[in-house]
Design a protein around this ligand. Sequence first.
Ligand SMILES: Cc1cc2nc3c(=O)[nH]c(=O)nc-3n(C[C@H](O)[C@H](O)[C@H](O)COP(=O)(O)OP(=O)(O)OC[C@H]3O[C@@H](n4cnc5c(N)ncnc54)[C@H](O)[C@@H]3O)c2cc1C
Length: 472
Amino acid sequence: MPSARTLDGREIEVSPEALAGLQMRLRGPLLLPGDADYEASRSVWNAMIDRRPAAVARCLGSADVIAGVQFAREHGLLLCIKGGGHNIAGLAVADGALMLDLSLMRGVWVDPRARIARAQAGCLLGDVDRETQVHGLAAVLGFISLTGIAGLTLGGGFGYLTRRWGWTSDNVVGMDLVTADARLVRASEDENPDLFWGLRGGGGNFGVVTGIDYALHPLGPEVVGGLVAWPASAAPEVLELYRTLAETAPPELTLVALMRRAPPAPWLPKEVHGQPIVAILACYSGPPAEGERLVAPIKAFGKPVGDVLLRRPYVQMQALLDATQPKGRRYYWKSEYLPRIEPALCAKVIEHAAKIRSPHAAAILFQIAGALNERPDAHSPVGNRDARYVINLTGAWEAAVDDAANVAWAREAWQDVRVFSTGGNYINFLTEDEGRERVEAALGPGLARLAEVKAAWDPLNVFRVNRNIEPT
Ligand SMILES: Cc1cc2nc3c(=O)[nH]c(=O)nc-3n(C[C@H](O)[C@H](O)[C@H](O)COP(=O)(O)OP(=O)(O)OC[C@H]3O[C@@H](n4cnc5c(N)ncnc54)[C@H](O)[C@@H]3O)c2cc1C
C-alpha cells in the first residue's frame, strides 16, 4: 500500500498485516495500486479528475461498509465513497484515502403493492428503471441512465418526472446508513428524522448510505419522448416556441431546450453533423395519445433537420442521451436555477452557443417547475423551491490541451446568464473549483440546520470528501 492520508493530513504507512486483516473482514475485494481493477475503481466519469486512493474496498453489502469504516477509524484514515462516479467535481475519489467503492452493490427489490423500490446504493439509475418498469412503476430519477442513484439522490435529483413528483429526494421514504462510528442505522420520517432530513440534500456528509427506498409511481411502459432539431439559424424562433410551450405545459410534459454542434447520430443527416443546431427534447409521461397531441406543435414547427420525438419505452427514454455523455471525456459545467425563461436569456444562450468550438459542448435549459415548487423550503435541505428551470453550460472536450478554452467558454457564458438566476444553483452540478460561496448559494437557509445534523452524526467530520458541512 502506498502511503495513506490521515484525517489530520499526515502521510502514514499501513502495514501489510493490517491490510490483510481488513481483507479478511471484507466479503468484496480489497484493491491496491497495481491490482487488476484498481485503475477502473479509481477512475471517474470526468477525465479532468485523476486521483489515487491508497486502497479501494469494493463493498458487497452493509457489513463490508461497516468493516471499511471501522478500519478507517482505527487508523485515522481519510475515507472517500464512490457510488456511480459521475460527480463532475470527482467527489468520489481522493488522493491517499481508503475508498469504499459501492459499485458492486446493485440489487433492486420492488414491492409493487406498497409501490416502493429498495435499491442498493451502488445502483445506477438504469438499474432501478429496469426493475421498476417490470411492474409498470417508476422512480423519479435523472436524464442519464449511467449516473449513480446515491450521489444524485443525496444532492436532490431531477429528471423527466420531477415536474409531477418533485426532487428525487422528495420521493425517498427511507435510507440505510453506516455512521461514523460504524453502526448501521435507518433514516426515515419515523426513525432518526433529523438524519433523514439532512440526507435529502446534504450529500454524503453523515455516513455511507447502503440502501435507498423510493416511492414509486405508475408509469409507462410507453412515453412520448425524444428530440426535434433545427439549424441554429432558427434558434430565435425555436427558443421562443420553447419558452411559450413550457409556460403552459402540464406537469406530465417536460421540455428541455439545447444548443450544440450536431453529433454524428444516425437520426441527423450527414451534412448536418458538426453544424450548430438547436433542439427541443420532450418527454410526456401520461397517456401517449395526449402526449402526441401536446408535442405536435414542436414536430410541425419550421423545417427540422431531424425528428425522433415519438412513442418509445420509458426505459429507452431514460437512456436516450447516454451516448452524449461518455465516461472519459473532459468536462466543466456552470449552472444556475432560473425562475423563468426570459427572451433576453434566450438571446444570451444563442450568443454563447455560437462560440462553442468543441463538438461535445452544449447550452441546456431544463424544465423542472411543478411539484417541487409546492413544498416548503424547510422540507429538506435541497431547498430551492423557487426554481422552475435549470441552465447548464456543459463544457465537454477530448484533450487536455483544450482545457483552458473550454473552461473559459463555460465561465464566460455563465457570467452573462447569472443575472437571470434565482440566486440558487444545483449542488450536484458544482465543479471542482467552486467553493464555499457557491455551496451556500446552493443550500441556502438549510445550511445552518445541516451543520447541526452534521454535529450530531459526524462530529469528527469523518465524511469530508464531499461538499463538506463543518459540524457546529
Ligand atoms: C452525465 C451526467 C448526467 C447527470 N444528469 C443528472 C440529472 O439528470 N439529474 C440530476 O439530478 N443530476 C444529474 N447529474 C448530476 C449527478 O446527480 C451528480 O453527478 C451525482 O453526484 C452523481 O452521483 P454518483 O453516485 O454517480 O456520484 P459519485 O461521484 O460516486 O459520488 C458523488 C458524491 O456522493 C457521495 N456518495 C456517493 N455514494 C454515496 C453513498 N452511498 N453514501 C454516501 N455518500 C455517497 C460521494 O462520496 C461523493 O461525495 C448528472 C451528472 C452527470 C455526470
